[in-house]
Design a protein. Structure first.
Length: 99
């Protein structure tokens, strides 16, 4: 029994690179979901140090939430990572190939 070490190495490198790529995309998507809301600008043009102050009972709290671009980017990263996983599954299971 002979082992084709070059083919083994190619499969190993391809699996390692695709695993790193999927993990990178997924973690980047989580990072985009953790993007904070924009900081509040004071009347003098400076920013609040740690978000809006909560001293008074009648503060006007502007809860802008996460920026829309961050949500779109997170969903794109999750979608791409799912697509890469599905392509890998299709390449591994011969009965799923349509060509």
């Amino acid at each position: 029994m002979n082992i084709d070490w070059v083919a083994f190495l190619i499969v190993f490198v391809a699996a390692l690179c695709s695993a790193v790529f999927v993990v990178m995309l997924y973690s980047l998507g989580i990072r985009f979901l953790a993007t904070p809301a924009p900081r509040v600008r004071r009347a003098d043009g400076t920013f609040e140090p740690d978000g809006p102050s909560r001293d008074d009972e009648d503060d006007d709290v502007d809860d802008a939430g996460r920026p829309r671009w961050a949500t779109v980017a997170a969903n794109a990263c999750f979608g791409l990572s799912a697509l890469v996983v599905l392509v890998g599954i299709v390449l591994i299971i011969p009965t799923l190939r349509f060509w």
